[in-house]
Design a protein around this ligand. Structure first.
Ligand code: GLA
Length: 716
C-alpha cells in the first residue's frame, strides 16, 4: 500500500512484511527515511547536520546538504559528491543537474513497457516527478508495489520538456541509501562453466561493484546484488537485494562512506550507454526489483522467487508441467540426423522421457560451429523428409519435439552474411572480432529482426513443436551499427538488447504454445529479462554434478527452481565418481527442472532402470519444485549442500542433501514445516513436524554422498 502523509510530507510504501519510506525535505528534495521490517513509526529517522566541505544551497542553509542526507535519487555535480545515479549532458555542455521534486501521483497498476520486459500485475505505483529547470528535463521515478512478494520495482522515465537536445550519460533506475552497519556484499560471480557462485566480501569504504560490458548479462557477474549484516544467516538477520530485469550491459555498485553510509545502485552500464533525447522525447530505463528480508537470505530469495514466478514469467507456463527432455548436444554435438534421432526417440519413449530436443546442427550447412548460423532452413541431408515429417514421427511415438535456435547470430560462412555483410554489428572502418567463429546481427535494425523472425517462422511453421531452446553464444564487441547515424552509435548496445527483446516478443508470440528455454553458452544470460519470455534457462554447459551444486545453489539465491534447467549427463570432471553415478546426478538435478543429456541408446540395463525410476519419482514432486518455497540448509560444512522445498500450505516438502565429504549420517536442521502436522514419506515412515523442527532430520546418505526425502502431510 502506498500512502502520503500531507502534514509530515512522508511517503510510505508497505508490503506484507516491509516498509519503505521517504520524505519531502525543504519542499524540493526527497530524503530517504527507512527501508526494513514493517513499522508504524517513522519518527527519528531524519536528521540534518552540518558537515565540513559539504556543499549546500544558500537559502536552505549549511545543515542540509545533498552530500550528507540519504536521498531517493542523486544527480551528478549538484552537491552530492558520492556515486550519483543520473548524469546528462545539457545544452550548455556541462553535466550539472539539480532535479527538484515537482509533484507526485499514486495510481493502480503500473506503467507497462512496450519494448522491454517488466513485472506484471503491480498492486499500485508511486510516481515522483522531478524537474531540472535549466535543462528542461523531467525525471519520473516509479515505485511499483508487489505486496505479496515484498518487492518494489524501480524505474525511471526521462522526459525532455525543454527546447534543446540533451544526452543521457547515465541512467541508473534504482538507488538505495542506507545507514551503514557491518555489511557484507553478496554477488553471484563466475565464468563460463562456473556461473553464479555465491561470492561474499565485507563492504569496505569506497566503491565496490559488478557489471557486464559483454552485451549479455554474462557468466561473470549476474545482475543481482545483495547486502547482509555480518550476523545474517540463511534463516535469520537482515538482507537487502536488487535484481535487474535486463539482459544486456549493467552495473551494480555499492559505495560506503567513511562515516558508514551506504548507497546501492543498479542500472545500465555507464561505460557503454548514452542516449540522445531530442526535445519532446522520452526514455525509460529497465526496471530493478528491490526487496528486503528480516529473516535471512532464504526469505530474500523467496521474495525474488515469488516475484519472478508471479510477475515475470509468462503465467501460462509458470506452473505448467515442464517437459522432461533428452537433449542431443552432449551425446552427439553436430552429428545428428533423422535416423539417429529416431533411435533416440524410441529409446526415450521406452525410458519415460517425454520430449526429444534437437540441439545445434539441424539447419543450413551446420556441421560444425564455423558455418550456418543465420541460414534458418532445414538441412536436407540430415532430415531427408523434412522437419515436419520428422516431427510427425516423433509425435506418433507419443513424444514431444524441441529444437535449438540462435537467432541473434550469424557465421561469416553463411548465405545470410554473404548477402548482407552490412547486417552485423560493426564499427565503421574497423575489423570485427569473432566469438565462437560467429558475428552478431545488428538488431538495432528492424529489417534484420523482421528477416530472421520471418525465416524462422517459415521454417518452423509446419513443424509440430512444443519446446524451443534459444541460445546466444558470444560476447559482443565493436558494437556499432551501420544503420545508425554517428551521434547515435553510443545507443547501439542498449538498442541491440531492445532489438533482442523485440525478437523474443515476436517469436514467442508466433509460437504461443511453445515453451522457450533461454541459454547463452550455458548460463551467460540467466536473468529476469530473459525469464519474461523463457520460463526456464539452461543453467550451465557444465553438467558435472559436483560443479553443478555450487552453480545451482548460487542460482537459487536469485531465481526460482522452476527456472533452473538441470540435466543428468555423462560429463565427468569430478574425482568422486569413477563412472557417472546416475542416481547422484539425479539427486543434483532435483535442484531444478529435470532433463537428460547423454547417449541413452548405450545405457546399461541397470542405468535404463534407474532413469525410468527417476522420472517416476520426479513426477511425484515436480509440481512442488515449480511452486514451493526453498530453504537452503544452514550451518553446513564445506562440501555439503542441501535445501528443503516446502509447499506454500506446508502440506508437502522435499529435502535434498549432498555431502561431498562422504559422510553417511548427518542431522540437519529443518525450518518452516508445520509443527502440528504429521508427515509421511514415500516409504511410509512417519515424522512429527514438531520433532523435526526441534531436532532436525537425520539423513542417511546413499553411497555416502546424497539423499532425498519427500514427505506429504498425513494429518494436522
Ligand atoms: C551452447 C549451449 C549448449 C549447446 C551448444 C550448441 O554452448 O550452451 O547447450 O546448445 O551451444 O552449439
Amino acid at each position: 500500500m502506498i500512502s502520503f502523509d500531507l502534514e509530515e510530507k512522508i511517503f510510505r510504501i508497505d508490503t506484507r512484511n516491509t516498509t519503505y519510506a521517504f520524505k519531502i525535505a525543504h519542499e524540493k528534495f526527497l530524503a530517504h527515511l527507512y527501508y526494513g521490517k514493517k513499522t508504524d513509526s517513522l519518527q527519528g529517522f531524519y536528521r540534518e547536520y552540518p558537515v565540513d566541505f559539504a556543499p549546500y544551497i544558500e537559502e536552505i542553509g549549511a545543515n542540509f546538504s545533498l552530500d550528507t542526507i540519504p536521498t531517493e535519487l542523486s544527480f551528478f555535480d549538484s552537491g552530492d559528491t558520492k556515486d550519483t545515479a543520473i548524469k546528462i549532458k545539457n545544452k550548455n555542455g556541462d553535466s550539472s543537474t539539480l532535479f527538484y521534486y515537482k509533484e507526485h501521483k499514486i495510481f493502480k497498476g503500473r506503467l507497462e513497457f512496450e519494448n522491454m520486459p517488466y513485472s506484471r500485475l503491480a498492486n499500485e505505483t508511486l510516481e515522483i516527478i522531478y524537474e531540472d529547470e535549466t535543462s528542461g528535463v523531467e525525471l519520473h521515478s516509479y515505485y511499483s508495489v508487489f505486496e505479496n512478494s515484498d518487492t518494489i520495482t524501480r524505474y525511471l522515465k526521462f522526459v525532455n520538456k525543454g527546447q534543446n537536445k540533451v544526452q543521457i550519460l547515465q541512467a541508473t533506475g534504482c538507488q538505495l541509501d542506507l545507514s551503514g552497519a557491518d555489511y557484507t556484499l553478496v554477488t553471484l560471480c563466475g565464468e563460463y562453466g562456473k556461473e553464479r557462485n555465491i561470492t561474499e566480501y565485507p563492504l569496505h569504504v569506497g566503491l565496490q561493484g559488478i557489471y557486464s560490458k559483454r552485451g549479455h548479462s554474462s557468466h561473470q557477474f549476474n545482475p543481482f546484488m545483495a547486502i547482509k549484516t555480518s550476523k545474517t544467516t540463511e534463516n535469520t538477520g537482515e538482507a537487502y537485494g536488487l535484481e535487474f530485469v535486463y539482459s544486456g550491459d549493467f552495473e551494480a555498485r555499492a559505495e560506503m562512506t567513511y562515516d558508514k553510509r551506504v548507497r546501492l545502485t543498479m542500472g545500465l552500464n555507464r561505460d557503454t550507454f548514452t542516449w540522445n533525447l531530442q526535445a519532446g522525447e522520452e526514455f525509460i530505463t529497465p526496471e530493478v526489483i528491490m526487496t528486503y528480508s528480516s529473516e535471512g537470505l532464504n526469505k530474500l530469495s523467496q521474495n525474488f522467487h515469488s516475484h519472478i514466478r508471479e510477475h515475470i514469467i509468462n503465467p501460462k507456463f509458470v506452473y505448467q508441467k515442464r517437459p522432461i527432455v533428452i537433449n542431443t548436444w552432449e551425446a552427439m554435438y553436430f552429428n545428428i540426423d533423422e535416423e539417429i534421432l529416431l533411435r533416440y526417440a524410441e529409446k526415450a519413449k521406452q525410458l519415460g522421457i517425454d520430449t526429444v530436443v534437437i540441439d545445434d546442427g539441424w539447419f543450413g550447412k551446420r556441421n560444425d560451429d564455423s558455418i550456418g548460423l543465420g541460414d534458418w532452413y532445414v538441412n536436407q541431408e540430415k532430415f531427408k523428409n523434412g522437419l515436419a515429417d520428422f516431427s510427425e514421427k516423433i509425435h506418433a511415438l507419443g513424444l514431444k519435439l524441441g529444437i535449438w535456435i540462435e537467432p541473434e547470430m550469424v557465421n561469416p560462412k553463411s548465405e545470410l552474411y554473404k548477402a548482407h555483410p552490412e547486417w552485423v554489428l560493426q564499427c565503421k572502418d574497423r575489423p570485427c572480432s569473432l566469438g565462437r567463429r560467429q558475428l552478431v546481427l545488428d538488431l538495432t535494425n528492424d529489417e534484420v529482426i523482421e528477416y530472421i523472425v520471418e525465416q524462422i517462422k517459415t521454417t518452423l511453421s509446419e513443424v509440430k513443436l512444443e519446446y524451443i531452446k534459444w541460445d546466444f553464444n558470444r560476447t559482443l564487441c565493436e558494437v556499432g551499427s551501420l544503420s545508425l547515424p554517428k551521434e547515435r552509435q553510443g545507443e547501439a548496445k542498449h538498442r541491440f538488447t531492445l532489438g533482442s527483446y523485440k525478437m523474443h516478443k515476436k517469436l514467442t508470440e508466433a509460437f504461443p504454445n511453445v515453451l522457450f528455454e533461454g541459454c547463452s553458452g550455458g548460463g551467460g544470460r540467466f536473468d529476469a529479462g530473459i525469464l519474461f519470455y523463457c520460463p526456464q534457462i539452461w543453467t550451465s554447459d557444465n553438467t558435472d554434478p559436483v560443479c553443478r551444486l555450487a552453480i545451482q545453489k548460487g542460482t537459487s539465491m536469485a531465481y526460482p527452481l522452476s527456472t533452473i534447467s538441470a540435466h543428468v549427463s555423462d560429463s565427468l570432471w569430478n574425482k568422486l565418481e569413477s563412472t557417472p553415478d546416475y542416481n547422484f546426478r539425479f539427486n543434483v538435478a532435483l535442484g531444478g527442472v529435470l532433463g537428460y543429456e547423454m547417449n541413452i541408446t548405450r545405457l546399461s540395463c541397470d542405468n535404463e532402470k534407474k532413469v525410468t525410476e527417476q522420472i517416476k519419482q520426479y513426477e511425484k514432486f515436480a509440481p512442488l519444485i515449480l511452486s514451493g518455497d526453498v530453504y537452503r540448509l544452514d550451518n553446513l560444512e564445506d562440501g555439503e549442500y542441501g535445501f528443503v522445498c516446502v509447499a506454500k500450505d506446508k502440506s508437502e516438502f522435499l529435502l535434498v542433501y549432498q555431502n561431498l565429504n562422504g559422510s553417511t549420517k548427518k542431522r540437519v536442521p529443518i525450518v518452516s514445516i508445520d509443527n502440528r502436522s504429521i508427515y509421511k514419506d514415500d516409504k511410509g515412515n512417519i515424522y512429527r513436524g514438531e520433532k523435526l523442527l526441534k531436532e532436525g532430520i537425520e539423513i542417511v546418505t546413499t553411497s555416502g554422498t546424497y539423499s532425498y526425502l519427500h514427505c506429504f502431510c498425513e494429518k494436522k
